[in-house]
Design a protein around this ligand. Sequence first.
Ligand code: GTP
Ligand code: MG
Length: 245
Amino acid sequence: MSDDKGTCTVILPTYNEEENIADMVTLLREMYPDFRILIMDDNSTDRSKELIDALGYDNVRFFIRDPKDRGLAASTCQGILETDTDYFINMDSDFQHPLSAVRRIYDDLERGSDLCIGVRENRKALGIKRSLGSWAFHFLASATLFFRGKKRSRDIMSGLFGGRTEIFSEVIGDHGDEFEMSGFKVLFDLMKYSPDGIIIGEITYEFGKRQGGESKVSPKVVMSVLRQCGAVGRFLARIYGIAKK
Ligand SMILES: Nc1nc2c(ncn2[C@@H]2O[C@H](COP(=O)(O)OP(=O)(O)OP(=O)(O)O)[C@@H](O)[C@H]2O)c(=O)[nH]1
Ligand SMILES: [Mg+2]
């Protein structure tokens, strides 16, 4: 699939990241001049588009999504479907994922992995509540993949990962309607429906602090992850929903 557009697209799902997005794109362009950058924006109400337009870079596309279809997972999936390079790499737009990891993920894909996952080394830095939640979700997700006979990873909930576009476009085409599209954990759904013989690589990284702007995490995100974890998860989601009322 390689052509003059290069071999890799960095997908940046964004919503109201005016404090981060221009710096992210500028640095990514400096570090990876041959890579394409695809910003999947869910109709941000801030100056994100203006700032990217002002940079005037080629190889950078600002994609404004259908307002009726808002969702982080949906944005990543559409980003993969819009990608026309061999590989894609998905990362947050708030500097929590180190930009240097892009090179390591790319190298791993070049070495033969079909999917390369960024594993957070310092989940304790999330704070006690969030890291406990993260481990609990990881346990449930890992069990779900195990019972489906799928390969697992040390960080199924990571938002930093890359893959072969052809494989994952097909996964989304065939199973996208079963994904939790409004949720935050699209990697988990991609793994659930990935082909059995898939080669999964991992790199590790330090999960940083959001550089600027506000988190978009809400209790709805917790519910959506639970819904992804089979019958047990849906049962827990019901209990969590009742407890929150
Ligand atoms: N396109 C799109 N992007 C989103 C949406 N919600 C969040 N994002 C982006 O997804 C990335 C992750 O969202 P965050 O709010 O940073 O979630 P998080 O990293 O789990 O939470 P923090 O640690 O609090 O930052 C960021 O780049 C957001 O701009 C959405 O509904 N649509
Ligand atoms: Mg973040």
